[in-house]
Ligand binder design. Structure first.
Ligand SMILES: [Zn+2]
Length: 286
């Protein structure tokens, strides 16, 4: 969904949940966290969607979780939903160059090799890939050396407002687990140079999610750097998953008509989250 549709959803969620504006994108769009708080003293799980612009079906997935009340029975922990982490990118992918401030248009069309079709865009509003911009082995896997539709990590770690927004929010909470949704391939990533008990704990959690969804665990710790999950795992020692939803046979951007089939694979999410919480607690007590 695009940013305007998100704003309509937010109006509804404000009646039921604690909705916070946790930051602003480069072009001044709001980044929201919808909080399902049981008790502010309890630990929090965080879901993040639409870090990559074209993968905005993941915003629809989180909204469906909220709309269907899949977490209504959860009472041991809080859950926060960052529904659209990269609203400028999503707008560019969904609604094209008219969504961008006039002075940025020529620059972005150049980055897009002259094309006005931005549907495959992943980066933010100035061609930085948010999922390479975190301070976790920053730029050790270089995709692009300069601003681009995807894979440019930025000049420095945490240079982007969207990155800092996620970071500040995570650091403001007592977080025990995060899931960052992307597309596609039906895969789960959990590794990022953790070891010992962290590795054991995180493997157990990833395996549970893999069993529930049928998604395959991938182990490419050498192919990512600067990701949200990477930072959480390496710097904060918090178990975190990147989940790539949507069959690999689908083409980017995955359309809303595939939401139900994606949702179907993830319908045990409340159980999985409770498992993640119990595993986190068990290892903390070890
Ligand atoms: Zn992605």
């Amino acid at each position: 969904m695009d940013y305007q549709s998100l704003l309509s959803k937010i109006e509804v969620y404000e009646r039921k949940y604690n909705v916070l504006v946790i930051g602003e994108s480069l072009f001044g769009r709001k980044i929201f966290a919808v909080e399902r708080n049981v008790d502010t003293n309890l630990a929090t799980a965080i879901f993040v969607a639409s870090v990559h612009a074209r993968e905005n079906i993941t915003t629809d997935l989180l909204c469906k979780y909220l709309d269907d009340g899949v977490f209504d029975a959860v009472k041991d922990f809080n859950i926060s939903f960052i529904l659209m982490a990269n609203p400028d990118g999503v707008e560019l992918s969904k609604n094209g160059i008219d969504s961008v401030p006039f002075q940025m248009r020529e620059f972005l069309i150049d980055l897009n090799l002259g094309s006005f079709d931005f549907s495959l865009w992943k980066a933010n509003g100035r061609g930085v890939d948010i999922n390479n911009n975190f301070d976790a082995r920053f730029k050790t896997n270089i995709g692009s050396l300069s601003p681009a539709p995807s894979g440019f990590a930025g000049e420095t770690a945490e240079s982007e407002p969207e990155t800092r927004c996620l970071l500040d929010y995570v650091l403001s909470k007592n977080v025990f687990f995060t899931v960052s949704y992307h597309t596609k391939g039906e895969e789960i990533y959990f590794n990022f140079f953790q070891n010992g008990k962290d590795l054991e704990r995180d493997s157990i959690i990833a395996e549970k999610f893999s069993k529930s969804t049928g998604y395959v665990i991938k182990n490419p710790e050498q192919v990512s750097s600067g990701g949200f999950k990477d930072f959480l795992v390496q710097k904060l020692h918090i178990p975190s998953l990147t989940i790539e939803v949507g069959s690999d046979e689908l083409v980017h951007p995955i359309g809303e008509k595939y939401l139900d089939t994606i949702y179907e694979r993830n319908k045990n999410i409340a159980n999985d989250l409770e498992f993640a919480y119990n595993t986190f607690v068990r290892f903390k007590e070890k």
